[in-house]
Design a protein around this ligand. Sequence first.
Ligand SMILES: [Zn+2]
Ligand SMILES: [Zn+2]
Length: 245
Amino acid sequence: MSELVFIGTSDAFGAGGRRQSAMLLRAPGGSVLVDCGATTSGGLCDLGISRDEIDAILISHFHGDHFGGIPFLLLGALYEDQRRRPLAIAGPRGVERRVRTLATAMGYSLDEREWTFPIRFEELEPGREREIGPVTVDAFEVFHQPQTEPHGLAIRFANQRLVYSGDTGFFPELAERVGEADLFVCECTYHDNDFEYHISHKDLVARRHEFHCGRIVLTHLGDEMLAYREKAAFETADDGLRLRL
Ligand SMILES: [Zn+2]
Ligand SMILES: [Zn+2]
């Protein structure tokens, strides 16, 4: 049995008092954190999830609400947990440089520390599926601020396929990328705002017929979408929601 725990479900700004979007996938072979925002460490503590459980962190793109929490998580693993097991950090091109630069800017340089565990950075290239920790991952390009190297993630584990949109505006190939996924976790920042770099509920309703996947659950909910969610045509996630897969 596998499980997906929503650590956070908000947009970048903590709409509704929620935490920034991140998920923990508990697969049979181990656990993978999918995105790690500035509020993710607090969320793990709040939900009673040990940092040490995490085998790998997958990053969709380089906006702070999706990778800004990595320095906190690494330093917690070092100083609070005295972690021994390797930790993989996989993300788009340049992931190691981005994380190191971020950590330095935050005053937590990763250099010149006596690490008790190996950190293994892995670059994800679209179309080149690879094993990361206990899962197999492929990335696909999405439509979001290009300087953030935006990608969605297709994750295979235990004969299941989970697709996560990352942050993206609607683009014609999205449904094809999702394919026949068992679960599609899709960002839905807005109700009907036409901002090009995020998906709205209106977009999803209009294109619903294009999707041939199983369950669809919405996350990355902004204020506008939260106000509308009681009437939403799709399931919406809350912080702490656990789905059995
Ligand atoms: Zn975001
Ligand atoms: Zn973003």
